[in-house]
Write a protein of this length. Structure first.
Ligand code: SAM
Length: 200
C-alpha cells in the first residue's frame, strides 16, 4: 500500500477539529444558510468515524435547527462508517467537545460515551468519492483533511463534483492546507468557500 494511502486510511479525526472553523459555522455560516427557512442539508464527505458530522449536529441542536435537517456522513471505509453509526466514543475521543455540549449531548455508556441527539436525522453510508458524489443539492458540505492525501488530479475531480452538488449559496468546508480552485466557489471565511447564488 503506498505510504500516502496508508496515512489517509488511518482516518484521523476529532470533534470540533479546528475550533475557528466551528466558531465560523456556529456564528456566521449556519445562521446565514438557515435564512431560507428550509431545513438544512449537510454532508460530511470522508467523515471517518463521524466526529465531524456529530459536531455540526450539536451546533444545529444548540440553535434549534436540528429537527428536520438532513445529515449524511460517507466514507470509503465500512469500519469507520459502522463506528460513526454506532455513535459510541471513548473518553479520550470526546474530550474536545465543549463541556456544556458534552453535558447535553453525551450519555455515559460502558467505559465510554454515546451521542444523544434523538431528533437528528443522520444517515451514514460507505461510498468512494472517486466513483461518485451524493446527489444534492447540499447547503453545507464538509470535505476536510482528505484531498491533501490525494493525487492533485483526483482531488480536483472531487472538488469539481462537490461544487456541482452544492446548492447555490451553499458552503464548502475544507482543511487548512486545502484549496479547491473552482471558479464557482469564492472565499467566505478561513477554510470555508461559498458557491455563487446563481446556478451555472
Ligand atoms: C484524515 S480523515 C479526515 C476525517 C474528517 N473529514 C476530519 O477532517 O476530521 C480522511 C478520511 O477520508 C476517507 N477517504 C479517503 N479517500 C476516500 C474516498 N475516495 N472516498 C471516501 N472517503 C475517503 C478515509 O477513509 C478517512 O476516513
Amino acid at each position: 500500500m503506498p505510504r500516502a494511502l496508508d496515512a489517509l486510511l488511518i482516518g484521523v479525526t476529532e470533534f470540533f477539529r479546528d475550533a475557528a472553523v466551528f466558531a465560523s459555522l456556529r456564528d456566521d455560516v449556519l445562521p446565514a444558510l438557515a435564512r431560507t427557512g428550509r431545513p438544512l442539508r449537510v454532508w460530511s464527505a470522508a467523515c471517518s468515524t463521524g466526529a465531524e458530522l456529530y459536531s455540526v449536529a450539536m451546533l444545529l441542536a444548540e440553535s434549534g435547527r436540528l429537527a428536520g435537517a438532513r445529515l449524511l456522513g460517507t466514507d470509503c471505509r465500512p469500519g469507520a462508517v459502522g463506528s460513526a453509526r454506532s455513535g459510541r466514543y471513548s473518553a479520550a475521543e470526546v474530550k474536545r467537545i465543549p463541556a456544556a455540549l458534552a453535558g447535553r449531548y453525551l450519555r455515559p455508556e460502558g467505559d465510554g460515551f454515546r451521542i444523544a441527539l434523538p431528533e437528528a436525522d443522520i444517515r451514514w453510508r460507505t461510498a468512494d468519492l472517486g466513483r461518485s458524489v451524493e446527489p444534492g443539492p447540499w447547503d453545507l458540505i464538509l470535505f476536510r483533511n482528505t484531498a491533501i492525501y490525494m493525487e492533485p488530479a483526483a482531488a480536483g475531480r472531487v472538488w469539481a463534483a462537490l461544487a456541482q452538488v452544492l446548492a447555490p449559496g451553499g458552503a464548502l468546508v475544507t482543511g487548512r492546507a486545502e484549496r479547491p480552485h473552482i471558479e464557482s466557489l469564492g472565499p467566505l471565511r478561513s477554510c470555508i468557500c461559498r458557491k455563487g447564488d446563481t446556478a451555472p
